[in-house]
Each structure stands twice: as C-alpha cells, then as structure tokens.
Design a protein around this ligand. Structure first.
Ligand code: HEC
Length: 122
C-alpha cells in the first residue's frame, strides 16, 4: 500500500516538474505557423475577440492594431504563466514561439480597428 502510494506521489511530482520543461521544448521552431494555420486559429480567437480582433463587448480586449511586440509579449506571458488568466492560458498553452509570433503579426496588421497605436517614428 505504502509503496503504491509513494509511487503515485513520485509520478505526480515528476509530471509537475516536467510540465514547464515540456512546455519549453514545445515552444521550439517545429510547429507550422503558416497562413492556413493562422486563419484557422484566429477563428477560435474571434469567438471572444471578434472578427479580426475587434471585440464587440468590453469583456474582451480589442487586439486588432495593437503593437506586434505587445501582443507577442502578452501571448508568451499567458503561455508561460507570467500573466495569469485561465481563459487565455488555455488558448495558447501548446503554441510555439513561431505560432505566437504569427498571431501577433496578424493582429497587429489589422487596419480596420478603433484601437489607435501611434508609431513613435512616424
Ligand atoms: C474564451 C474567450 C477567449 C478566446 C477564445 C481568446 N481570448 Fe484572448 N483574451 C480573452 C480575455 C478574457 C482576455 C483578457 C484577459 C486578461 O485580463 O488578462 C484576453 C486577452 C488577450 C490578449 C491580451 C490583450 C491585451 O490588451 O493585453 C491577447 C493578445 C489575446 N487575448 C489574444 C488571443 C488570441 C490570439 C486568441 C486565439 C488564439 C485568443 N486571444 C482567444 C478571452 C479570449
């Protein structure tokens, strides 16, 4: 009995420890982040953030036209647990850096948006 229990505890402890490491190795360059992937994935994002990132209710932030590096920073922070939000963490938890970059690029380039982000060098 005791043996069986400590075995379970050990497995649980190991998988807890391995979790963040696996998330790290999954964030490599190997997953597709092409335009097909982006158009499929952004359909999911659209259910909360609206079509092309213009949310229709104040419950969800408008992400269209936001700075690309801000978007990328936020997405990585959700994935890596630095920005704690269960909903968004679930959205991006298995995505690679390339995939997050592709999403950040896509939303930052939307021009039909009420969000105003002036470029300092303009
Ligand atoms: C089920 C609803 C839902 C879905 C689906 C969803 N989001 Fe979000 N998203 C939210 C909420 C709620 C927040 C605000 C969370 C917070 O307070 O940090 C948010 C925040 C964000 C932010 C930070 C915005 C800011 O101004 O700081 C980004 C970027 C983002 N989401 C991108 C995405 C992308 C890309 C997808 C698709 C892969 C996605 N979201 C899917 C609900 C959702």
């Amino acid at each position: 009995m005791i043996h069986a229990f400590s075995r379970i505890a050990l497995v649980a402890a190991l998988s807890l420890a391995a979790g963040p490491l696996m998330a790290q190795s999954e964030s490599g360059q190997d997953k597709a982040a092409d335009s097909d992937w982006v158009s499929q994935t952004t359909q999911t994002c659209a259910s909360c953030h609206g079509k092309n990132g213009v949310a229709q209710t104040p419950n969800f932030p408008i992400i269209a036209g936001q700075y690309q590096d801000y978007l990328l920073h936020s997405l990585k922070a959700y994935r890596d647990g630095e920005r704690e939000n269960a909903v968004m963490a679930g959205q991006v938890q298995n995505m690679s850096n390339d995939q997050l970059e592709a999403l950040a690029r896509y939303y930052s380039r939307q021009t039909d948006t009420p969000l105003h982000t002036p470029y300092l060098d303009d």
